[in-house]
Design a protein around this ligand. Structure first.
Ligand SMILES: NC(=O)c1ccc[n+]([C@@H]2O[C@H](COP(=O)([O-])OP(=O)(O)OC[C@H]3O[C@@H](n4cnc5c(N)ncnc54)[C@H](OP(=O)(O)O)[C@@H]3O)[C@@H](O)[C@H]2O)c1
Length: 336
């Protein structure tokens, strides 16, 4: 099979395509012919040295994939040849508390990911996908889709009448916009581009704020809610956006802390954090049961993942460059 690996973690030039031995499914494993993978910011953060944890060089990158089962190992009862599946982002987190294996299993960081033609994997680490989703669409769900769903659910699930703030127009944020609209919530979106702002409105954002033009955008968001603030912030910006997010959130609201897109890190003011009256919840994508719930939601609502562009397998490097350009909206996919 063909597989890409980052030989070193000092930039995108270290991405190499090689011919490797085909994997064989062991007991309890399925062999998946990969049909599509989708990129996430983490896939760029690792080779750029911006991932918040140490990563191993030499691994196959990319956590999110969809494909077809082409062989089953001994003792596999859950799947048969021809089944269409996606990989779970956390292959051994089935529900309940996070397992201690979570970092070791991290695709692209500490274990081989999915930018390859064939992958042998535990039957417990894949989930069946409905016919209504193409491989390209399904490949967007494991990380960005599930993270957005986890951010909107949790102890206080977002429902009709709630307000949700999404930051920027990347993969997680667009899913959060779509899913929040699907449950009847009102969405306020930020973006650095007025042209993207028009597209965000067309996707259902009630209000759009340009964060590049107004560094105090948190105040503007709060004003748009009549001074109350939003019930949920889908916080993908991290250190450089948290202060404005705290301005935008309602008393009793929640900051779902997800990402670290911003490069500046001015620190957090304790009294602002305390005074916001909001809770702060850390999101780590989500577990297998959450992924299955997301698939049910997508199927029931007919939600179509927003795919910015699909690249050919041979052009994988160009897909990483496109992600880095930040010009995309939603997801970038590589067809395998
Ligand atoms: N904790 C978790 O479970 C988890 C899961 C998934 C992702 N993440 C993290 O969440 C973040 C988003 O991931 P992603 O894959 O959705 O990213 P992405 O698709 O690469 O998002 C890129 C977009 O984010 C916006 N953006 C960039 N810098 C920004 C800033 N300083 N403030 C506001 N918006 C900004 C820009 O939108 P505009 O062009 O519209 O301005 C940009 O186009 C990343 O840090 C990722 O690592 C964490």
């Amino acid at each position: 099979m063909k597989a890409y690996r980052f030989d070193t973690l000092d930039g995108l030039d270290a991405l190499r395509l090689r011919e490797e031995a085909d994997p064989r499914p062991q007991r309890g494993e399925v062999l998946v012919r990969v049909r599509a993978v989708s990129l996430n910011f983490r896939d760029l953060a690792m080779p750029r040295g911006r991932y918040p944890r140490p990563c191993l060089p030499g691994l196959i990158p990319i956590s999110d994939a969809a494909g077809e089962v082409v062989e089953v190992g001994e003792g596999v009862a859950s799947f048969k040849v021809g089944d269409r599946v996606i990989g779970a982002f956390h292959p051994r987190w089935f529900g309940g508390d996070m397992p201690s294996t979570i970092q070791k299993d991290s695709y692209g960081a500490e274990s081989d990911g999915w930018l390859c033609e064939l992958k042998a994997i535990s039957q417990e680490a894949v989930v069946r996908i409905p016919d209504s989703l193409s491989f390209e669409e399904a490949a967007t769900l494991p990380c960005a889709g599930l993270t957005a769903w986890s951010a909107l659910t949790g102890p206080t699930p977002i429902r009709a009448g709630h307000s949700v703030l999404v930051l920027g127009s990347g993969g997680v944020s667009i899913f959060a916009l779509q899913l929040a609209r699907a449950v009847g919530a009102t969405v306020i979106a930020t973006t650095s581009s007025d042209a993207k702002g028009e597209q965000l409105r067309a996707m259902g954002a009630a209000e759009v704020v340009n964060y590049a033009k107004d560094p105090q955008w948190g105040r503007q968001v709060r004003a748009l809610t009549g001074g109350r603030g939003v019930d949920r912030v889908v916080e993908v910006g991290g250190p450089g956006t948290i202060a404005q997010s705290l301005r935008a959130v309602a008393l009793g609201g929640e900051i779902a802390s997800i990402g670290f897109l911003s490069t500046d890190n001015p620190g957090i003011d304790f009294f602002q954090l305390k005074g916001s009256g909001a809770s702060f919840r850390n999101i780590t994508v989500g577990d297998r049961s959450g992924l299955m719930e997301l698939i049910r939601v997508v199927t029931a609502t007919g939600l179509k993942p927003v795919i910015d562009r699909v690249f050919a397998f041979e052009d994988a490097r160009a897909a990483f460059d496109h992600l880095e350009s930040g010009t995309h909206m939603g997801k970038i996919v590589i067809r395998v």
